[in-house]
Ligand binder design. Structure first.
Ligand SMILES: [Cu+2]
Length: 338
């Protein structure tokens, strides 16, 4: 399981009603970490089961287990992509200029705070929305193919897999293959290498992992049906921070008008309406029994801190009075008697 991935699993409850341990372990190289929880069947008396774990806390198999076949996770209920796409984009992903910088498109880096001050949503004609190296514009309702190529640079070193993650909706991985993508479109590739494609029951997810055993490509197909700007990026944090992202401006022909209260600087306030005072319009959090205790402790803590500050101020003031008195007395003492 990679960064950004989530799984929903169904468990057949056909064992004795007892307490069973669910164990999760990271077998990756970056961090040794594991966790566990208790799965309690209805009717369990709390007695632990005597079943043996199938992995240890290092994530290594301790028994013969059937591992997940990541390549065959057809959606449930079944959902098929369109047989043909309307538009396609080839993205050449590799490092960019420095060892710690990346490009997803092959044409430029996505700066982390790009569009932070002028969100793309506000103005589709702003300069950030014109950079063809970092932007893909799709028509509403169209079927889009994103072709991800890794290893297309000469001498590109062996890298670890990238977790291609798309916001707002899922994609089908309709194809994957080795080498360099050298087709004019996906139809041509399917005719040439039919065994590399699956339109019947491909995986349908929002995160796909690129392979990197030399140059390889992957075709991700999605239906552009949610107009708006959406980030498409590698889910490895350092790669994203290093520039590995683009924005999908989906359904640009059908972007909704920004409601005036959400225009820049309106902060969700309706023009012409009185501005609510902070603290008045915010609903109070629901009070729970343990909150009383927490609040009481907080108040005691705060009061103690205030007392300390006060007594410090007091002692400082008193010190300064004393110093002045001593100074005054010293001047009397040192004044020769007249
Ligand atoms: Cu990456």
């Amino acid at each position: 399981m990679y960064a950004g991935e989530r799984y929903s699993v169904m468990i057949r409850l056909d064992k004795e009603p007892k307490d069973y341990t669910i164990r999760v372990a990271d077998s990756g190289l970056t961090q040794i970490i594991s966790s566990f929880a208790t799965l309690r069947y209805a009717g369990s008396t709390g007695a632990p089961s005597t079943s043996r774990g199938v992995i240890n806390y290092g994530g290594q198999n301790t028994t013969a287990v059937v591992t997940l076949d990541r390549d065959h996770l057809p959606p449930f209920p079944p959902l098929k992509p369109a047989a043909r796409s309307d538009e396609h984009y080839v993205l050449h992903t590799h490092r960019w200029l420095s060892a710690w910088q990346y490009t997803l498109s092959g044409g430029g880096m996505w700066q982390e705070d790009r569009s932070a001050y002028t969100p793309l949503l506000y103005d589709i004609n702003q300069p950030d929305a014109q950079d063809e190296n970092l932007i893909i514009r799709t028509r509403n309702g169209s079927w889009v193919d994103l072709i991800i190529q890794v290893g297309s640079q000469p001498g590109q070193p062996q890298e670890f897999p990238h977790m291609m993650h798309k916001h707002t909706g899922k994609m089908w991985q309709v194809g994957a293959g080795e080498g360099i993508w050298n087709y004019t479109d996906v139809d041509e590739a399917m005719a040439a290498e039919p065994h590399r494609f699956n339109l019947e029951n491909p995986n349908y997810r929002d995160t796909f992992i690129t392979s990197f055993d030399g140059p390889s490509w992957m075709v991700l197909r999605y239906h552009s049906i949610n107009p708006g700007p959406w980030l498409f990026h590698c889910h490895i944090e350092t790669h994203l921070a290093g520039g590995m992202a683009i924005a999908l401006l989906d359904g640009v022909d059908a972007w909704p008008e920004i409601p005036p209260e959400y225009a820049p600087n309106q902060k969700g306030l309706v023009p012409g309406q009185p501005v609510p005072r902070p603290g008045i319009y915010l609903p109070l959090p629901e009070k729970r029994p343990d909150h009383d205790l927490l609040f009481a402790e907080d108040i005691v803590q705060e009061a103690a801190e205030m007392d300390m500050v006060e007594s410090y101020r007091y002692s400082k003031a008193w010190n300064s009075v004393l110093k002045k008195m001593i100074g005054f007395l010293e001047t009397i003492k040192s004044t020769p008697e007249s």
